[in-house]
Design a protein around this ligand. Structure first.
Ligand code: GLA
Length: 400
């Protein structure tokens, strides 16, 4: 009896310990990450200036929180194995930098990798997981992106679970962002391990294309978008599919940036801006901070959108929203403009996953065009519009 009791106590203690931080990331994480624009060219001035920009340019007000340094902040490990930041790039140290970011009312994130070295060849966390987690907690880290370079002989679920447990043992709540590129189908096992998981290889600022880097490929917006379609039932509050960070403001056209951003909102994807926040055009800032569009991403239901119909390379997507509302997005994948016509009373939108449906013959919804900020009538009339090439039309439907 005593032994059974002890076993139960041990099991309870273990399971209380072995978990991710719950209650975080209940709507998709919003922030900034250095990689897409700066790659390894990171330093503390850039991070401070980026925090200053986010705190004052409207992004913080719109809900952006995290300032995350990606690869290449690392220097060497000290004689006891504790990781140090690169002393030239981060001379004031990481604690001072985290304090600065926190003083702006923002949160601070870093990057590591489950292997011995990061993708950029810097010291990574293999064999140092608990030590690194303690170090991050002592600095005040709120977010960890954890990569997968040099991990060929590791089991993905095991490696990420080790880091999850290390973070939990260190005691400071951390959003844990898995980045193993979908190689081991993390959507099947990572809901209890992390708060989001990358589903594909890296994005690059291209709307429709694949970039051949000889040993690996990068994907454009449409290629990544298509890979999310079968994964929607795995995502929800606190455990998101991550189609990679934003390329808004990094070289695509304004139409393409708008379409990219809108689709990431429809997907309930993490929104990590990846451009230079210190210097951006009004159009880029306008896209990143549109509160009505962001409300689609941050909707409390946390349901990823689905493709309702496809015609002539034009897709109609629906996303159920809290309070019996819907978002409807028309994505024109073509380079040239397309006219669309949508006769609501002949359409029956039903989602068995979220158990939501919209019977337009029985219920009328008002339509608001979220990008133009104009009413688009209601569902009692046929909806007609022209969508420019590589662009979207985004409507919010509210029951009348
Ligand atoms: C991988 C990740 C990227 C970035 C780089 C850093 O490619 O997928 O997002 O973190 O490593 O080296």
């Amino acid at each position: 009896m005593k032994r059974i009791f002890l076993t139960i106590i041990c099991a309870a203690a273990f399971s209380a310990h072995a978990q991710k931080f719950d209650g975080l990331d209940l709507t998709p994480q919003m922030g900034w990450n250095s990689w897409n624009k700066f790659q390894c060219d990171v330093n503390e001035d850039l991070i401070r200036q980026t925090a200053d920009a986010m705190a004052t340019n409207g992004m913080k007000d719109a809900g952006y929180q995290y300032i995350n340094i990606d690869d290449c902040w690392q220097g060497k490990r000290d004689t006891q194995g504790f990781i140090q930041p690169d002393p030239t790039r981060f001379p004031s140290g990481m604690k001072a930098l985290a304090d600065y970011v926190h003083s702006k009312g923002l949160k601070f994130g870093v990057y590591s990798d489950a292997g011995a070295k990061t993708c950029g060849g810097k010291p990574a966390s293999r064999g140092h997981e608990y030590q690194d987690a303690l170090t991050y907690a002592s600095w005040g880290v709120d977010y960890l992106k954890y990569d997968w370079c040099g991990c060929e002989d590791l089991n993905s679920q095991g490696a990420y679970t080790t880091m999850r447990d290390a973070l939990h043992a260190a005691g400071r709540p951390v959003v844990f962002s898995l980045c193993e590129w979908g190689q081991n189908k993390p959507w099947l096992w990572a809901a209890n391990v992390g708060h989001s998981w990358r589903t594909t290889t890296d994005i690059y600022p291209c709307f429709d294309g694949i970039k051949d880097n000889k040993t690996w490929f990068q994907w454009g917006v449409l290629q990544i978008l298509d890979a999310q379609k079968p994964l929607r039932t795995y995502a929800g509050p606190g455990h998101w599919n991550d189609p990679d960070m934003l390329e808004v403001g990094n070289g695509m056209t304004v139409n393409e940036d708008r379409a990219h951003f809108t689709m990431w909102c429809m997907l309930a994807a993490p929104l990590m801006s990846g451009n230079d926040l210190r210097h951006m055009s009004p159009q880029t800032l306008g896209i990143l901070t549109d509160k009505e569009v962001l409300a689609v991403n941050q909707d409390a239901l946390g349901v990823q959108a689905f493709v309702y119909s496809t015609n002539d390379n034009v897709e109609v997507w629906f996303k159920p929203l809290a309070g019996d509302s819907w978002a409807m997005c028309v994505l024109n994948r073509n380079k040239d403009a397309k006219k669309i016509s949508f006769d609501w009373k002949n359409e029956n939108v039903a989602d068995s996953f979220s158990k939501r449906d919209a019977h337009f013959d029985a219920t009328t919804y008002s339509l608001r065009n979220l990008w133009t900020k104009q009413s688009a009538g209601d569902t009692s009339k046929v909806f007609e519009a022209e969508v420019p090439g590589h662009d979207v039309l985004l409507l919010r439907l509210e029951k009348m």
